[in-house]
Design a protein around this ligand. Structure first.
Ligand code: MRU
Length: 349
């Protein structure tokens, strides 16, 4: 086991004996519960209910969901399994709206479905495992590419959870932070708690603790104060969907961090595999921004935090314009000050 593997112990999903197992992220950090899923319907529910979350992890999970769909359809009608599977793919694709990795993974699985002869399960499982493996490889590559930018900055701030829990493994923004930490480039990591679902405090802090990497939790609203106090070199975040022009949809609160980082002269880095880039969209207004249940805002761990009957607005992603992004790290390369031409060039390389 090399140093980086020791710093990456957590996994969000595993395929075991014909079933998909997911670490239930709703229960962390109090409990580590693995759920066993045997149907595509269960997988779609798990994505919608955030048993698993994070754009690349949603894509990998959906790929395994396609395997379960094909297994069910083939068992029920070996000669006509293709009939109805499109409806299963649609169900999976509708589970969450913002992360484009979901559609990217389903598209890859659909290509294999179209070529399958006989029992589709072995070929589809091979493809799902390839998507899973390639995601980890992409994350490690992004770690190598992104870490040198953090050298000498000592302190970084991250938002939401972008680590092994949010991906096939290793992480995007947290992968860069992991790499930078292992090389001694940074000494201190601040994790913004990420209201209202608390991905930063519940998941990022837990995941880093599993790997022996210390993190300090702050409220989201303390971030600008921390930046003003000096010391933070970079804000490092992931993405759920990036337009062809480099605008970034990510967890609500990312945009505020980007504005504050620019104001204070800090670096703002986005780390995402190219499966997160939606080349069909140039106008960020076309990205569907998920709104979740008001209950996420109005209560905490089952206890009311607002008067009964209060209204609440709960968009869970925001858009950071490309102009606020200093560095975009992908597995295909790094783009500084991303725009239409430089993002397109990533795909030509
Ligand atoms: O609502 P979530 O928890 O699925 O949102 C996750 C994020 O916004 C992450 O920053 C993003 O998916 C990148 S994860 C590598």
């Amino acid at each position: 086991m090399n140093d980086l593997e020791k710093l990456d112990a957590v996994r969000a999903m595993r395929w075991l004996d014909g079933s998909l197992e997911l670490l239930d992220q709703r229960a962390l950090p109090q409990q580590e519960i693995w759920l066993r899923l045997n149907s595509v319907r269960d997988v779609a529910d798990a994505i919608r209910d955030m048993v698993v979350r994070g754009a690349p992890a949603i894509g990998v999970t959906a790929a395994y969901g396609c395997v379960l769909a094909a297994a069910e359809r083939h068992a029920a009608a070996p000669g006509g399994w293709r009939q109805g599977i499109e409806a299963d793919l649609d169900t999976l694709g509708a589970a969450r709206p913002t992360a484009v990795n979901l559609h990217w993974a389903i598209r890859r699985m659909r290509d294999v479905i179209q070529q399958c002869d006989g029992d589709p399960v072995p070929a589809l499982l091979r493809e799902a495992e390839a998507i899973h493996r390639e995601d980890i490889e992409a994350n490690r590559r992004m770690g190598e590419l992104g870490a040198p930018f953090l050298q000498g900055s000592e302190v970084v701030l991250t938002h939401c959870n972008t680590g092994s829990l949010a991906t096939g493994g290793f992480g995007t923004a947290l992968g860069v932070i992991r790499s930078a930490w292992s090389r001694g480039f940074i000494q201190s990591i601040y994790a913004a708690e990420t209201r209202p679902w608390l991905q930063g405090s519940r998941l990022t802090a837990w995941e880093l603790q599993q790997d022996g990497i210390p993190a300090t939790i702050i409220t989201d609203s303390a971030a600008a104060h921390l930046m003003a106090a000096g010391g933070v070199g970079w804000v490092v975040v992931g993405a759920d969907r990036i337009t062809a022009a480099g605008d970034v949809a990510n967890k609500i609160g990312t945009y505020s961090h980007a504005i504050a980082a620019r104001y204070h002269g800090l670096g703002f880095m986005v780390v995402a595999p190219t499966s997160t880039i939606d080349r069909d969209i140039t106008d960020a207004a076309a990205i569907p921004i998920e709104e979740r249940n008001a209950a996420e805002l109005l209560s905490l761990a089952g206890n009311a935090t607002a008067p009964l009957g209060s209204a609440a607005y709960n968009p869970v992603f925001d858009i950071t314009p490309a102009g606020l992004v200093d560095v975009l790290v992908t597995e295909k390369g790094v783009v500084e000050n991303p725009d239409l031409a430089s993002v397109a060039a990533l795909f030509e390389a």
